[in-house]
Structures are given as structure tokens and as C-alpha cells.
Design a protein around this ligand. Structure first.
Ligand code: DHK
Length: 147
């Protein structure tokens, strides 16, 4: 069964309380439960993590090289600032799908650029908690087409 890392960056531990008009009412634990349930239904396992630290995201991406079949990542604000995450995504062979709860292109200009996107297989944004499930479905389909 494929194993996917779902990695979450800064401030996503505050979901549910943080600007719910933008990020929705689900907590991160709610979203983890939705991802794990989707895995049980569709046939993959999920290793779901959150950190507020850029280097920890880099370490987890490296770990995925041997421990996972793909990465779905909401890097939060590091999406828009981190060359280190871009380099990490390019350095590993497992596919990376960038995701966001909000439609970053309908928000402030500084959210329109992603350092991660050029190194990712694709980007999903704007569908709230559903963005996570769509990213996992994309990873599953990439894994199946690689078989
Ligand atoms: C989450 C964040 O924390 C922001 O910094 C991004 C993203 C958008 C989201 O929509 O999930 O700009």
C-alpha cells in the first residue's frame, strides 16, 4: 500500500481558530482524520505532520525519499519565501504536490508566487480541507501510473 507524507508548515496548527473566513472551520486534527479516512477507503496510508520550522520541513522531505511514495505539502508562508523547500523538492525523487486551503491567487500579491511550485508535480489550492484530499488523490494516481 502506498504511504504518503502530508506535511504542514507554520501557523497551520492554529486552524479552526485562525481566520476561519479564509482557512475554514476545520482544525488540523479534523483534516488529519479526513486524510486517514480517505486512505482507508482508497488504499493508502498517511503520515500527517505539522511544524512551524522551515528546516524541519526540509528534513521531512529528505526522510520521504526512503520512507514515502509521495508528499502532499501545505508549506504555509514558506511556500512564498523558501528556496530551501524548492531545492529539497528537486533533490528527492518522490513526487511532491503543493496544496493550499485558500485560493492564494485571489489573495495578496505576495501569495501569488511560490518557490515550491516549479519543483512540484502540481498545485492544488482554494478548496479548503478538500484540497488535502485532492492532493492525496493526485499522489495516488501518480503512484499508480508509475507502476
Ligand atoms: C496557508 C498559509 O499559512 C499561508 O501563508 C499561505 C496557505 C496560504 C493556505 O491557504 O493553506 O499563503
Amino acid at each position: 500500500m502506498p504511504r504518503f507524507f502530508v506535511l504542514n508548515g507554520p501557523n497551520l496548527n492554529l486552524l479552526g481558530k485562525r481566520e476561519p473566513g479564509i482557512y475554514g472551520g476545520h482544525t488540523l486534527a479534523d483534516i488529519e482524520a479526513l486524510c486517514v479516512e480517505a486512505g482507508a477507503r482508497l488504499g493508502f496510508t498517511v503520515d500527517f505532520r505539522q511544524t512551524n520550522h522551515e528546516g524541519t520541513l526540509v528534513d521531512w522531505m529528505h526522510e520521504a525519499q526512503d520512507a514515502a511514495d509521495g508528499i502532499a505539502i501545505n508549506a504555509g508562508a514558506y511556500t512564498h519565501t523558501s528556496i530551501a523547500l524548492h531545492d529539497a523538492a528537486r533533490a528527492i525523487r518522490v513526487p511532491v504536490v503543493e496544496l493550499h486551503l485558500s485560493n492564494v491567487h485571489a489573495r495578496e500579491a505576495f501569495r501569488h508566487h511560490s518557490y515550491l511550485a516549479p519543483a512540484a508535480k502540481g498545485v492544488i489550492c482554494g478548496f479548503g480541507a478538500q484540497s488535502y484530499l485532492l492532493a492525496l488523490q493526485a499522489l495516488q494516481s501518480l503512484t499508480q501510473s508509475a507502476e
